[in-house]
Each structure stands twice: as structure tokens, then as C-alpha cells.
Design a protein around this ligand. Structure first.
Ligand SMILES: *Cc1c(COP(=O)(O)O)cnc(C)c1O
Ligand SMILES: [Zn+2]
Length: 398
């Protein structure tokens, strides 16, 4: 069943619906199978390990074996900050971001519904992922991107997998409004995270974190927040496993936003249960350059219900954290992902996070998604002749 999070109106699983027809609010898919966690043992480590919790037809699954991503202990960085730190590396998914989890379920649902065209607005990763999964399923794919604001790797993926890429004169929020209008006209099946089936895939990040920890919850999960689907999804995942009795505790959900695009953090500071949109969002972390997050209400509930936090970080803090993670732990992530590490550092310094806390930072996308930002942060390589004498001269100067 699909249910409105505000008025409780109920809709069927085969209904093509994105927001509540009664009150306009966002929807969620209800899912509570009665199974024992023993059934997960010995299954391949992809997100479909937890298929009983995925509300789609098992015989139609479209998968590139997403999920089952690395859960890396980061002892050096953790010791430096005084916490026990694990990093969930979502850049290891098939197209290089966690969006693949949502698209696997979303595209499976699209096949179930019998649609022939899917679409989305995107800051980049959603379109990269949708293009790949639509190709795999044989569906037509239309993506709307904010002109000039999409990182190169993501644009390359969307185009190369054969999506119809349309550049919008405007920002992400405007592109989303435009593609939603197309979806309501019946021109395409919308696979932005307002589609509640997307979050059903992404909740598997929460499943995997507690499974990775040996059926325990960490004290806290920290992640970047843009359109706010992922923080809502992870909270849904850990809550479902808690209610199924698989874990005895729940983590504090901690969302990090860029200072120039922080409607959720502002709402949390004032204790509000909805946001005031930010007009011209700006940040180097293009994946979270969003002023009017569609899942804001769900995200705010996740933060309040889990006794969590929201904080902002500056672009400088994001870029320093990106470099720190790459150089201290060997984990290469795109700028938005580094917001989780930058946020952790800031919250420790502010005394909001206690020494010794067990923290999981979700790093959401791969370094190579945004090669320009990475190259701009480094010196150009020195060019030398290929002989021992010139090489020795250079090495002596390092
Ligand atoms: C989509 C995305 C985010 C933001 O996730 P939301 O669900 O929109 O909050 C963060 N980082 C990366 C790399 C992303 O692709
Ligand atoms: Zn409603």
C-alpha cells in the first residue's frame, strides 16, 4: 500500500501517483514482511539480499547488482577526531552513486506498471543512474539537467547510456517542476525521489549498515542532504529492521547541508516541521545544490524522531574534507559526499558529537563523478625528459 505521510490517505501499489491527491503531501510505501533475519544468510551481498523488504515483483527485477558496498573502518581519521568511524562507500555502486539502489527498484516498478518512458530532473547522478537502468530495461529515458551545472562524469554517463538529455535554463528546482508537469501529463514515469519506490531501494543503505555492524545500530549516521530522499530512506530502513526485531537500537540521523543550500538545517534550528525554500542555492557540491527539497517533511521527521541533528558546512570545509578522506584513508569521493566528513569534523569541534561515539558516514558518490573539481584542487604534474638525470634532478627537489 502507498500512504500519505500527512493525511493518511491510502493508494494502491499499482496507482501511478507521486503526491497525495487529497492534501498534496509526499507519499510512502508501507512494507512490513514477517520474516526472520536468518533468511539473509548465505545470500549474495547486493541490496536484493533483503528482497522481502522490496515492494516489487521479484520476477521482474532489473539489477546491476547494486548495493553490498564497502563498509570501511577509518581508524586514522577516526582517531584524529576521537570517534569510531566507518565509511559506507556508495561510490562503489554500478554507476558510482547510491542512486542505483533507488533506480533498481524504480525501474522494476516501471516494468511492472508497463510504462515505456521514464524521466527525471537531476543535478547529475540521478540522470546517470536512470539512463543506465533504463537502458538495461529497454525503456526510453528523458532527463532534464540544469544548464552548465552538472559535473562532467555524470553528464558523460547520462549521454553515453542513451538518455535524451535536455539542458534547462534554470536550476534543479525549476527542472524538477518542469519534469513533474510532464509526468502529470502522462508523458513519462517520474523517477525523482518524490517517487516513493526510489526510497524503497535506498533504504537498503540502512539495512546494510546494521548488517555490516553485526546486527547493531551505530550511535549516529551522517550524510549529505540535498533533495532529502536519502536521509528519509535510510531512516525508513533502520526503522523497519528495528520494528522487525532485528536490532535493539536506532541511530541518530544527522544531515549535513552546504551553507548556500541549507533549508533543512534552517528549519531544524527553528524546530519547524517544514522548510522555507532557498531561492538561489549555491555550492561547489552540485549534488546537494537544491533549494526546495521534496522530501523535506520526511527528513525533518527522521531527524526529530531519532534525536538527530542538522548542520551546515562551507564549500572550503567540503573541499578540505574531500582531500582529507582521499589522502588519509584512500577513499575518493565527490564534493557532496565529503559534506558528511566535513559535518562530522565540525560537530566534533562544536562538542555536539561525543568522544568515542560510533559513527557511520555515508559517502554518496565517486571522486571521478566530478573530475574538474578534483583537478582544480591539485598542482599540475611536472613534465620532464625520460632519462635518469632529469628525473633525479626533479626527485631531489621534492
Ligand atoms: C543525490 C545525491 C545526494 C543527495 O541525496 P538526497 O537524497 O537528494 O538528499 C548527495 N550526494 C550525492 C553524490 C548524490 O548523488
Ligand atoms: Zn494526504
Amino acid at each position: 500500500m502507498i500512504k500519505c505521510i500527512d493525511c493518511g490517505a491510502e493508494y494502491g501499489l499499482r496507482d501511478i501517483i507521486y503526491t497525495c491527491r487529497e492534501c498534496g503531501s509526499v507519499l510512502e510505501v508501507l512494507c512490513s514482511p514477517h520474516v526472520s533475519k536468518d533468511i539473509f544468510e548465505c545470500r549474495k551481498s547486493t541490496m536484493w539480499k533483503y528482497k522481502e523488504f522490496m515492494p516489487v515483483d521479484e520476477s521482474r527485477i532489473v539489477t546491476l547488482e547494486e548495493g553490498g558496498t564497502p563498509f570501511c573502518k577509518c581508524k586514522k581519521l577516526g582517531d584524529e577526531l576521537g570517534v569510531k568511524l566507518h565509511v559506507k562507500v556508495e561510490g562503489s555502486n554500478p554507476t558510482g552513486s547510491f542512486k542505483d539502489r533507488g533506480m533498481s527498484v524504480g525501474i522494476t516498478k516501471a516494468l511492472e506498471l508497463g510504462v515505456d518512458t521514464v524521466g527525471c530532473a537531476s543535478t547529475g547522478n540521478t540522470s546517470a543512474s536512470l539512463a543506465a537502468y533504463a537502458a538495461r530495461a529497454g525503456l526510453k529515458c528523458i532527463v532534464l539537467l540544469p544548464a552548465g551545472k552538472v559535473a562532467l562524469g555524470k553528464l558523460a554517463q547520462a549521454m553515453f547510456h542513451g538518455a535524451e538529455v535536455i539542458s534547462i535554463k534554470g536550476n534543479f528546482d525549476e527542472a524538477l517542476e518542469a519534469v513533474t508537469a510532464l509526468a502529470l501529463e502522462g508523458k513519462l514515469y517520474l523517477l525523482n525521489s518524490v517517487n516513493p519506490f526510489r526510497l524503497e531501494g535506498q533504504k537498503s543503505i540502512g539495512f546494510e549498515i546494521v548488517d555490516d555492524l553485526g546486527w547493531r545500530s551505530p550511535d549516529r549516521i551522517i550524510l549529505p542532504v540535498g533533495n532529502a530522499g536519502n536521509i528519509s530512506a535510510i531512516w525508513k530502513g533502520v526503522t523497519e529492521f528495528y520494528e522487525a526485531g532485528f536490532i535493539q537500537d536506532l541511530p541518530r540521523m544527522t544531515g549535513i547541508q552546504a551553507e548556500g543550500a541549507a533549508p533543512i538545517t534552517r528549519a531544524v534550528r527553528k524546530g519547524l516541521d517544514d522548510i522555507v525554500p532557498v531561492e538561489n542555492p549555491e555550492t561547489v557540491a552540485t549534488a546537494i545544490r537544491i533549494g526546495a527539497p521534496v522530501s523535506a517533511k520526511k527528513a525533518l521527521r527522521a531527524i526529530y524522531d531519532s534525536d538527530g541533528l542538522a548542520e551546515t558546512v562551507t564549500d572550503d570545509e567540503i573541499l578540505s574534507a574531500q582531500k582529507l578522506l582521499a589522502r588519509k584513508e584512500g577513499i575518493g569521493v565527490e564534493p557532496a559526499s565529503a559534506a558528511s566528513i566535513a559535518g562530522l569534523k565540525k560537530l566534533v569541534e562544536m562538542g555536539e558529537i561525543d568522544k568515542g561515539e560510533e559513527i557511520v558516514c555515508v559517502v554518496t558518490g565517486h571522486l571521478l563523478k566530478d573530475p574538474n573539481t578534483a583537478i582544480n584542487a591539485c598542482k599540475e604534474p611536472i613534465e620532464v625528459d625520460a632519462n635518469l638525470e632529469s628525473l633525479s634532478r626533479v626527485l631531489n627537489h621534492l
